[in-house]
Design a protein around this ligand. Structure first.
Ligand SMILES: Nc1ncnc2c1ncn2[C@@H]1O[C@H](COP(=O)(O)OP(=O)(O)OP(=O)(O)O)[C@@H](O)[C@H]1O
Length: 278
C-alpha cells in the first residue's frame, strides 16, 4: 500500500490583522479613523500601504506596532497578540528622530541599550549595518554633521540593530529629494536581500510602493478599509529599470485609479463615530 503523501502545514502569517477598528476620542463621539481593516503578511513579505491623506495608514501601522490600542478587532505578530510595544519590531518614521548629542554609531546602538541587551555583542552588527548603507567612516559623526538621507540611513540601521522580525516604515523617504529617495529604495532592497525582514511600508509614492513591494494594499473610504490588495509580479532582485517597462506603468495606473476612487470617498467630511447616515 502506498503511503499517503505528507502535506506540510501552511505556515501561519507573521502579521495578522483581523477586523481592526480605531476610533480616536474627541467631541461628538470621536473620530473613526479605521472602520474595519483585515490583512495578513507572510514571513519575508514586503507589503506597502497606499491611500489618501487621513485614511488611517499611520494609525493602522501604529496599532500593529502596539503604540496605539485597537478599539475593536485583534492583531497578532509571530503568533502572539499585540498588547503593547515589543522587541520583534523595528520602526522607521518620516523624520529620522536621532538623538542629536549621540554619534551615528551610538544612535544605531540606542535600542540595544533600551532593550537592555549586551551592547558589546551588537557593536559589530551596528558597524556592519552602517557599512551596508554606505556610512562606513561616518560612525563618529553627530546627526547635525549628516545630510537628511544619511540620517535616514542611520535610522534604518537603528531599526534593524536588534534583529527584529518585522520592520514598520511610515513614509521613511518622503522628506528626501528624488535622487536620494531612489538611492534609498535601492539600499533598502539590498538590505532586505541580506537580512530577509518582513516589512509593512506606508508611502504616498505609487512607484516606490510598486518597486519595493510584493503586495500593495490601498486603503480608502471614510472611515476606511482596505479596498485593494494587488501582488507585484516583478522577480527579485529588481533593477531600477523595471520602472521603464509597460507592465510597471500599467500596474501603477491601476493603483492610481484605486487611490483616486478612495480620494473621491474621503473628500466627504469625517463623520463622527456612531452618527447616523441620513
Ligand atoms: N492621535 C490622534 N487623535 C485624534 N485623531 C487622530 C489622531 N491621529 C490621527 N487622527 C485622525 O485619524 C485619521 C487618520 O489619520 P492617519 O494619520 O492615520 O492617516 P494617514 O492615512 O496616515 O494620513 P497621512 O497620509 O496624511 O499621513 C485622520 O482623520 C486623523 O486626523
Amino acid at each position: 500500500m502506498l503511503a499517503s503523501p505528507t502535506v506540510a502545514p501552511a505556515e501561519p502569517p507573521l502579521v495578522s490583522v483581523d477586523a481592526v477598528q480605531k476610533t480616536y476620542p474627541g467631541r461628538s463621539g470621536g473620530i473613526q479613523a479605521v472602520a474595519s481593516a483585515s490583512l495578513t503578511v507572510r514571513k519575508g513579505e514586503f507589503v506597502s500601504l497606499l491611500g489618501p491623506s487621513g485614511c488611517g495608514k499611520s494609525t493602522l501601522l501604529m496599532m500593529v506596532a502596539g503604540l496605539e490600542p485597537v478599539t475593536a478587532g485583534s492583531i497578532a505578530l509571530n503568533g502572539t497578540a499585540v498588547t503593547g510595544p515589543r522587541k520583534d519590531i523595528g520602526i522607521i518614521f518620516q523624520d529620522a528622530t536621532l538623538l542629536p548629542w549621540k554619534t551615528a554609531l551610538e544612535n544605531v546602538l540606542f535600542p540595544v541599550r533600551i532593550l537592555k541587551l549586551p551592547v558589546e555583542q551588537y557593536r559589530d552588527r551596528a558597524h556592519e549595518l552602517l557599512r551596508m548603507v554606505g556610512l562606513a567612516g561616518f560612525e563618529t559623526k553627530k546627526p547635525s554633521e549628516l545630510s537628511g538621507g544619511m540620517r535616514q540611513r542611520v535610522a534604518i540601521c537603528r531599526a534593524l540593530v536588534h534583529d527584529p522580525d518585522i520592520l514598520l516604515m511610515d513614509e521613511p523617504f518622503s522628506a528626501l529629494d528624488a535622487i536620494t529617495r531612489d538611492q534609498m529604495n535601492v539600499a533598502l532592497s539590498e538590505i532586505l536581500e541580506t537580512y530577509h525582514k518582513t516589512v509593512i511600508f506606508v508611502t504616498h509614492s505609487i512607484r516606490e510602493a510598486a518597486y519595493l513591494s510584493d503586495r500593495v494594499l490601498v486603503m480608502g473610504g471614510r472611515p476606511s478599509t482596505i479596498i485593494l490588495d494587488m501582488p507585484m509580479p516583478f522577480p527579485r532582485p529588481r533593477k531600477f529599470d523595471i520602472e521603464e517597462t509597460a507592465e510597471f506603468t500599467q500596474i501603477c495606473r491601476k493603483l492610481r485609479l484605486s487611490i483616486e476612487e478612495a480620494h473621491a470617498d474621503t473628500s466627504a467630511p469625517v463623520r463622527p463615530a456612531g452618527s447616523e447616515v441620513e
